[in-house]
Structures are given as C-alpha cells and as structure tokens.
Design a protein around this ligand. Structure first.
Ligand code: OAD
Length: 256
C-alpha cells in the first residue's frame, strides 16, 4: 500500500477511535537529535557496550563512569526540543480527550520529550533520565539542569549515592507502569507502535495483547521491524513527518 493510502486508512481509524493506545521508542526522538539504541550507524551502543553502562552490575563496579555517562545523556535530553512527531501526539491526545475518549501513551523513552510537547497521559516504561533516585532509600529527585559536580553524585537523603531513575538491563519495569500499560493495551480499539524496534519485552507484547483483544493495529517506523508483518497497517516513514499528516487528516489541519 502506498504511504499516502496507509496514512489515510489510519487517519480514518483514528478519527473514529474511542480509546487509543500508542507505544513509542527511541525513533520518535531521533528527529530531536537524540540517537537511538540500535541503529547500526549512529546508535549509542556502537560506541559503548551496554553491559558496561546500563546494568546494576556496572553501576556497582564503576559508579563514577556510569553516572558520568548518564549525566551527559541527561543534559542532552534537557537541551533537546520536541519535534513535530511529539507535538502531533500531544494534539491527538487533546482531540481524543475532547470527544470523551481515552488516549494512553506508553513510552520506552527516558527523555521526557512527550511531556515537554504537552502529552499528559504518559506511562514511562523505562523510567526517566531526568529524575534520579537515592541508591539507599529509593527517594526521587529532579536534579538542577546543570552537570553534577561530583561523580557519583551524593544523595541528599542518606549517606549514599544517586543513580538515574531508569530501568537497566536485567531490572524489573516499574510495577505501576506495567499494570497501566497492560490495561491500556488490552482496552483500546486502536493501537499504534511508533519508532520502536519492537524487540524488547514486555513492551513488544503490548501489540500482541491489543491485537488479541480486537484492536486495529498500526506501526509507524522508518524501517521494517518484527512488528511490521503483524500489524493491520504499516507506515514506513519518519514519525516527525507521518504523525503531523496523520493528525491533520484525522482532525483537520492544525491551526495552532
Ligand atoms: P531502538 O533503537 O531499538 O529502535 C528505534 C527504532 O526507531 C528503529 O526501529 C528505527 O528504525 C526507528 N526509527 C529511527 N528513526 C526514526 C524516525 N525518525 N521515525 C520513525 N522511526 C524511526 O529503540 P527502542 O525500540 O526504543 O531499553 O528500544 C527499546 C529499548 O531498548 C530502549 O528503551 C532501551 C533499549 O535497550 C532499556 O534501556 C531498558
């Protein structure tokens, strides 16, 4: 199907949907200048072995290296601006909510750009790099928007250090996020997977769950993924281009 036909089809589903659940991944933030995890040419993991940075074991072994790296990423996320894809998703939430529907945005991104764009019903599956937490007490803090002055940063709550409030490899996803995401996937009539390689579980399972419960399913990704053959409609395009077109077709040209 041509891209314009698939966007048209999805826009019709969107304008008629009552309950919409979307899952986003790093691809949605790529056009804000934040690099994705798995892209072979520009992914962060090409420069760093994730096992040396994104695990509890790495943090324990070398908290200085891990917190320095995460602080650099935190500052990068704070400096980044939402792109037209984030902005269109915030608009879609407003449109669906204003007609009494429910829009839930599940994200694997830790950058908070969806919220910066105006999305409010956001479930952060992998936590947020903008918040850090005390390694002893678990209490959370939003650090100032400047670099930490010591690494690892000291906790203001206990004789301990701070770590980013993100989910590392081998860690459990936050329980409230899992519950909210599972419910939203099972109780929607339209489910859209956007800018995610759709390989990390349990996030990858939400599409299956939505589909099994009768939702119409779609994917927007600039490449093909394991989800591409399983959705009702796949749109191979950049999210920053496809999402504004989708929102305009579904709800009328955005005058804001
Ligand atoms: P990935 O880096 O695995 O996938 C990004 C996806 O976005 C790829 O399929 C790209 O083709 C696509 N993409 C890139 N630019 C795009 C654009 N402008 N528009 C649309 N699509 C685009 O990132 P995630 O799927 O988010 O987990 O990865 C999921 C999780 O794996 C991450 O949260 C992280 C990682 O390991 C943890 O840290 C626990």
């Amino acid at each position: 199907m041509a891209i314009s036909d698939s966007i048209q089809l999805l826009s019709e589903k969107l304008s008629n949907a009552r309950h919409v659940t979307v899952i986003t991944g790093a691809g949605v933030s790529a056009e804000s200048g934040l690099r994705t995890f798995r892209e072979t040419m520009e992914g962060l993991w090409k420069e760093f072995d994730p096992k040396t940075l994104a695990t509890p074991e790495a943090f324990e072994a070398n908290p200085e290296l891990v917190t320095r790296w995460y602080d650099g990423r935190r500052l990068g996320c704070l400096a980044a601006e939402p792109n037209p894809g984030h902005i269109a998703l915030a608009r879609i939430e407003r449109e669906i909510s204003s007609r009494g529907g429910r829009f839930t945005l599940l994200t694997q991104n830790v950058d908070r750009l969806h919220q910066k764009a105006g999305s409010s019903n956001v479930v952060e599956l992998h936590g947020s790099i903008i918040e850090w937490r005390c390694n002893a007490t678990g209490r959370k803090i939003v650090p100032p928007e400047s670099a930490f002055t010591s690494f690892p940063p000291r906790s203001p709550f206990a004789d301990s250090i701070l770590r980013p409030d993100v989910v590392w490899f081998g860690e459990m996803l936050p329980e409230d996020a899992i519950l909210a995401a599972g419910w939203a996937a099972a109780n929607c009539d339209l489910f859209i997977s956007i800018g995610t390689s759709a390989v990390v579980y349990p996030a990858a399972a939400y599409l299956e769950q939505a589909s099994a419960n009768g939702a119409f399913t779609a994917e927007i990704n600039k490449d093909t993924t394991p989800a591409t053959g399983r959705v009702n409609v796949a749109i191979q395009a950049r999210s920053g281009e496809a999402l504004p077109r989708l929102a305009d077709l579904a709800f009328g040209a955005d005058k804001q």
